[in-house]
Design a protein around this ligand. Structure first.
Ligand SMILES: [Zn+2]
Length: 296
């Protein structure tokens, strides 16, 4: 077995590769990918075959934990900016021992949020910061900065708000992205570009507004250029799923990006998700399109 600093390095390597794979896919990884993951020429397993806690034999501490959020609305695992992970049923020992070991050694681990069957949004590095034996839960910091904050009981109002913002950034926004881009099979709904690195999950109704929920039907998988154009009201999407390009932009003369990337998209029908229940909500599209109509 390696020493703690060596293991720290190996975990870093695993997480660097996992970051690349996740970005490439558009914000998620599959169970098949996690079950045979290549790191520095070695094929490793990054998820247990059946349990939520994965303790590889050659590592000192837990490498990953799985959590299955019930939906984007409620998240019973998150409270006051911290993530609470239930002990594995049974004794205090067993699989939990190596999770406790991660806390003692300060080793980073991977939180795998299951967004659909065999599909996960990995969140990392996360740290076990407390072992609440009374509640039979581990307390997980979702960010290095939260790890070094005082005990939650001593947090100021500002620190609590900060921790809640970290939860949004590290958990809920990536999950929205993963769900939306997966629904669209890692494709831009306007131009069908298939590069996860170049795709965003755009909100139809902004999250600060009424109805701006982080759900797939309030999302669109858009490439960077079409997301930018949508937000700048240079591209509109009507409730009948048609693409509209701003009138002034349509008559402008410029290079191939304007011509093929934007003007040629005018009148096109969106490439919609395979599952009808994932299609963008018409009422939300209509509300958003009204604003485009005012400027076009
Ligand atoms: Zn596009």
């Amino acid at each position: 077995m390696a020493s703690a600093p060596e293991e720290q390095l190996l975990r870093q390597l695993i997480m660097d590769r996992l970051a690349e794979r996740t970005v490439h896919n558009g914000g998620f990884v599959t169970r098949a990918e996690l079950s045979a993951f290549e790191v520095a020429g070695v094929t490793r397993r990054l998820i247990d075959t059946s349990k939520g806690i994965w303790n590889p034999r050659d590592l000192m501490a837990t490498l990953s934990i799985v959590s299955s959020p019930e939906g984007p609305y409620q998240d019973r695992e998150v409270e006051g900016g911290l993530f609470h992970y239930d002990y594995r049923a049974g004794s205090l020992a067993g699989d939990n021992t190596k999770l406790r070991r991660a806390a003692e050694l300060g080793l980073p681990l991977i939180l795998l949020r299951k967004i659909a069957a065999g599909t996960y949004v990995p969140v990392f590095p996360v740290y076990v910061v407390d072992d609440d034996q009374a509640a039979r839960q581990f307390v997980i910091a979702l960010d290095e900065s939260v790890r070094f904050m005082p005990k939650p009981a001593e947090w100021t109002e500002d620190q609590r708000r900060y921790a809640e913002r970290i939860v949004r950034q590290r958990l809920h926004q990536p999950e929205f992205r993963g769900r939306v881009i997966r629904a669209y099979a890692t494709r831009c709904t306007v131009c069908s570009l298939r590069h996860g690195e170049l795709l965003d999950a755009a909100h139809i109704v902004a999250d600060a507004e009424d109805g701006g929920l982080p759900i797939v039907t309030n999302g669109l998988s858009l490439c960077k250029i079409h997301h930018g154009a949508y937000d700048a009201q240079l591209l509109g999407i009507s409730p009948d799923y048609r693409v509209h390009i701003d009138r002034d932009l349509l008559v402008e003369v410029d290079g191939p990006m304007l011509r093929h990337g934007l003007q040629d998209m005018h009148g096109k029908t969106l490439e919609l998700p395979g599952r009808r229940s994932d299609w963008p909500d018409r009422d939300r599209l209509a509300a958003r399109f009204e604003r485009f109509g005012q400027t076009a």
